[in-house]
Design a protein around this ligand. Structure first.
Ligand code: F6P
Length: 447
């Protein structure tokens, strides 16, 4: 068996660690400089968009991305400023806010100047609500970078209310009564409304997002990366629904410590399949009105893991009908598929050492790298962002590490070393700033 692998490996080893092409951990799609300028009244989700977008460009496209949040500068320079600071007729307040913008601009320019070996994106996260302010930003950076404006408009009262309520949790309002904080914040919004000028310059590059992606208008958005940014922004919802991630039950290959393959479940795996089905019921995820989604890979071990899930049809809706995604299949180990790590170390020491040295970019001969996996999983990230119902993903070790790390904003280098044990399930709850995660071990032996 090993001989067969060795023959194939010699023939097919055209992986990137030859001298012609080295794919590094930071490998990404682009090498330009971009400044993304957020535009919106307070509580229109602009910081949420900026943070998510920065992470997406970093994790998926390999860019250096950094958010310059003016609120942070304000809290730093003027920690106890009152709401009058936002009054456009208060000269002192205007000066204070201009001062914060100038500080942030200086830092942003330093960041853009640094020696980035790859694409770099700076996100200027502030209301930027007047034409004069936007022109000032453009004049400062347009010689150094491509400038894109993203305006978030929310005129749906329930989304507005939800956003305002989440704002009250931030440090500006700590220790304040809700009604007091609400009145203060509303006053701030009104000050901004009194001077707000929507984007209408046909010559600039911009994206207008209405009501968290319900409608999008694009202006001068051309080319690969701008198209990607527009698509990503259009997917972002104010998603408060949970995501459940679990590996399949124990497979025959797991039992033998072999990687990859398409084996079925062991008896232990079957036990987990039943426990998982019970968990899904207990959590109420099988209620038809919840409309939870179930996603699996195309491999036998995930299909067998969901075999006991409820699948009744209620008023034409099939509960937990599996969506079977090829992109959720396990990382492909190419010609080394089916071996144990010990066999790889013994018979393919070079491959073993290369993977150990750089697990993110190492590509199995005839197979995939983690970087390949990140690209393959991009549709999954976009579908998660677009969804507003709970999702249960039954997949594989490497795939789940990447999905989890995307959600929790864990860098690529750490992602590939995360432990994703069998018989455990992670519940991810999206929050305003990031995601919280909880682990459930369904197997008592699992500690
Ligand atoms: O061992 C189970 C498994 O899912 C293999 O099929 C896969 O190759 C491996 O985990 C991925 O983990 P790692 O990247 O740490 O080798």
């Amino acid at each position: 068996m090993i001989k067969k692998h060795m023959g194939m490996c010699n023939k097919m080893n055209t992986h990137p660690h030859n001298k012609d092409f080295v794919q590094t951990t930071s490998f990404g799609t682009f090498g330009d400089k971009y400044v993304i300028v957020m535009v919106a009244l307070p509580a229109r989700g602009k910081s949420h968009i900026a943070r998510k977008l920065a992470w997406y460009l970093q994790f998926v496209h390999g860019a250096d991305a950094k958010v310059f949040n003016l609120g942070d500068y304000r809290r730093d320079y003027y920690p106890n400023a009152s709401v009058d600071m936002f009054d456009p007729n208060n000269e002192k307040g205007v000066k204070m806010r201009e001062n914060c913008a100038e500080r942030a601009m200086e830092d942003m320019k330093v960041y853009l100047k640094q020696n980035h070996s790859k694409g770099v994106v700076a996100l200027f996260d502030a209301t930027n609500s007047t034409k004069a302010r936007r022109q000032w930003i453009f004049d400062n950076v347009s010689k150094k970078a491509k400038v894109i404006f993203i305006e978030s408009i929310i005129n749906n009262p329930s989304i507005e209310r939800e956003n305002i309520m989440s704002k009250l949790e931030n440090s500006d309002y700590q220790g304040k009564e809700v009604h007091e904080a609400l009145a203060d914040f509303q006053q701030r919004v009104n000050f901004y409304k009194s001077v707000y000028e929507p984007i209408d310059d046909e010559h600039q590059v911009w994206i207008k997002v209405f009501n968290a992606g319900a409608k999008i208008i694009l202006n001068n958005i051309r080319g690969y990366l701008l198209g990607k940014i527009a698509t990503y922004v259009s997917c972002l919802r104010i998603n408060k629904q949970r995501i459940y991630l679990t590996r399949h039950g124990q497979s025959e290959y797991n039992c033998d410590n072999r990687i990859g393959g398409d084996s079925g479940l062991t008896n232990n795996g079957m036990v987990y399949a039943q426990q998982l089905a019970d968990f899904v019921e207990e959590k109420g995820l099988a209620k038809p009105e919840i409309k939870a989604r179930l996603w699996t890979s195309t491999l036998r071990r995930t299909a067998e893991t969901i075999q006991f899930f409820p699948s009744n049809i209620v008023q034409g809706w099939q509960v937990l009908r599996p969506k079977i995604w090829p992109c959720l299949d396990e990382i492909h180990a190419g010609v080394l598929d089916g071996l144990t790590y010990e066999q790889i170390e013994k018979h393919f020491p070079n491959e073993f050492a290369l993977r150990k040295a750089d697990k993110v970019s190492y590509r199995y001969p005839g197979g995939e790298s983690y970087l390949d996996l990140i690209r393959r999983l991009e549709p999954v990230f976009l579908e998660i962002e677009s969804s507003n119902v709970p999702i249960i993903i039954v997949a594989h070790n490497a795939v789940l590490r990447i999905i989890y790390s995307y959600l929790k904003q864990i860098p690529r280098q750490e992602a590939v070393r995360l432990e994703f044990r069998l018989n455990c399930l992670r519940e991810i709850e999206p929050r305003t700033q990031t995601c919280s995660a909880k682990m459930f071990c369904l197997d008592e032996d699992c500690n």
